[in-house]
Design a protein. Structure first.
Length: 121
């Protein structure tokens, strides 16, 4: 089964092409790989969508859920994931995100912008 997922991902032209087109549309993209033994792709996507972060180029392998976000939102997406307790595999985009996220309780994500109250009189 695991090898089958890897083979299917290798020939998954539709999602790869769709991801490329959306990457161009968004002016570039960053791809995150998430360890599937810790989080599902849907869990990660649900967290990112709360913050209006565009997600595309979704793929799955035997070991990773793979998804892309626009370059302009990648640092924020990384920070949001770290705050939610989701650690992407590979080097961080911004090394400052880990200590910043570490200042908060594990899994304590920031309040989405839509959830903030307007402080104007």
């Amino acid at each position: 089964m695991n090898a089958l997922l890897d083979i299917l991902d290798a020939v998954n032209v539709v999602d790869r092409l769709g991801g490329l087109i959306l990457s161009i549309r968004h002016g570039g993209a960053h791809t995150f790989a998430i360890d599937r033994t810790k989080h599902t792709g849907q869990q990660v996507e649900d967290v990112l969508k709360r913050y209006k972060i565009a997600v595309f180029g979704r793929r799955i392998t035997s070991t990773h859920a793979i998804l892309s976000v626009p370059n302009k939102q990648a640092r924020w997406a990384e920070y949001v994931m770290l705050r939610a307790g989701i650690v992407p595999d590979g080097p961080l985009i911004d090394a400052r995100n880990a200590p910043w996220a570490g200042r908060h309780a594990p899994g304590q994500a920031p309040r989405p912008w839509g959830g903030r109250k307007d402080r104007r009189p």
